[in-house]
Design a binder for this molecule. Structure first.
Ligand code: F6P
Length: 323
């Protein structure tokens, strides 16, 4: 293979830049020409494709987001848009594509692969909900940003004897909330896979208050049905139950924009290099991920449209330790 392109798609994730750098430089090392596609699949359809040099991917390993830009592109679901994308790739002699992104992006990669084009996916989303990898690029940073917020809130919570409700991202997956909640010593963690009703949260906060705690942290994943707004409104009408005065912080996109941790940079580097290796080995239509300590290749057909189930045993662990 002499010429490949790389794109980032869906929600951006810390470490995407490190992955683009790894793809570009490892492909150049194999004497390939490398192209960068702007704004994900949108740029593929609308021909925003230009060559990438080693210098252009310099000084980006430590920066969050993606310098190529990203988009959630509905147009790519249409076969006509995918055919247009293939024509744009063909007219430059591009023979392979690396797609860095999460669920929707890998489904797009699978659709393109089904048309016969060599595509390899790189697992990247803060949500860590992608099938075919134990961990995705960006999720470690998102956990650490959430944890930092929890640590700060605990400090001010202690000064004022308050409880804090912290809502973090993750779409329908509780990974970020569970990991950050456990690491932050949260009293309660509520995730879509193991939702804690408002009444039970109130009971557990009350119990913590009566045990003499000076603060309490409740971590909520954005995907729960009873989200922080609903819990707060329930608490408003049942104030006497809680003991603590309560405040809420919704972290939202703050969780997504941080500089990548060392873990995410190294993971992105390994997966980016491995994606190019897969293309040069002639193994297409796979997601490059990280499972049980090694780089793995999982058929995109198995990955597309599927999410990974997370274990909730850590929620119970956090509960047992919050004494
Ligand atoms: O998939 C990453 C993610 O940040 C989710 O955690 C969140 O639900 C969603 O994207 C937000 O999407 P948008 O940036 O389009 O609002």
């Amino acid at each position: 293979m002499r010429s490949i392109a790389v794109l980032t798609s869906g929600g951006d994730a810390p470490g995407m830049n490190a992955a683009i750098r790894a793809v570009t430089r490892s492909a150049l090392d194999l004497n390939m020409t490398v192209y960068g596609v702007r704004q994900g699949y949108q740029g593929l359809v609308h021909d925003q494709i230009s060559p990438l040099s080693a210098r252009e991917v310099g000084g980006i390993i430590q920066i969050g987001g993606t310098f190529l830009g990203s988009a959630r592109n509905k147009e790519f679901r249409e076969e006509s848009a995918r055919s247009k994308a293939l024509r744009n790739l063909a007219q430059r002699g591009i023979e392979g594509l690396v797609v860095i992104g999460g669920n929707g992006s890998q489904t797009g990669a699978q659709l393109l692969g089904k048309l016969g084009f060599p595509v390899v996916g790189v697992a990247s989303t803060i949500d860590n909900d992608l099938f075919g990898t134990d961990v995705t690029i960006g999720s470690d940073t998102a956990v650490n940003v959430t944890l930092e917020a929890i640590d700060h809130l605990r400090t001010t919570g202690s000064s004022h004897s308050r409880a804090f409700l912290v809502e973090t991202m993750g779409r329908d997956c509780g990974y970020i909330a569970i990991m950050a909640g456990l690491a932050g010593g949260a009293e309660v963690i509520s995730v879509p896979e193991n939702e804690v009703p408002a009444r039970e949260i109130a009971e557990r906060l009350r119990a913590a208050y009566e045990r003499g705690k000076t603060h309490a942290i409740v971590v909520i994943a954005e995907g729960v049905k009873e989200n922080s707004a609903k819990i707060i409104s329930w608490f408003e009408s049942n104030k006497q139950m809680v003991g603590f005065e309560l405040r809420t912080t919704v972290l939202g996109h703050v969780v997504r924009g941080a500089p990548p941790t060392a873990f995410d940079r190294v993971l992105a580097t390994r997966l980016g290099v491995s994606a190019v290796k897969a293309l040069s080995d002639g193994e297409f239509g796979v997601l490059v991920g990280w499972q049980k300590g090694v780089v793995t290749r999982t058929p995109l057909a198995e990955v597309a449209g599927r999410t990974k189930a997370i274990t909730t045993e850590l929620v119970e662990l956090a509960r047992m330790l919050a004494r």
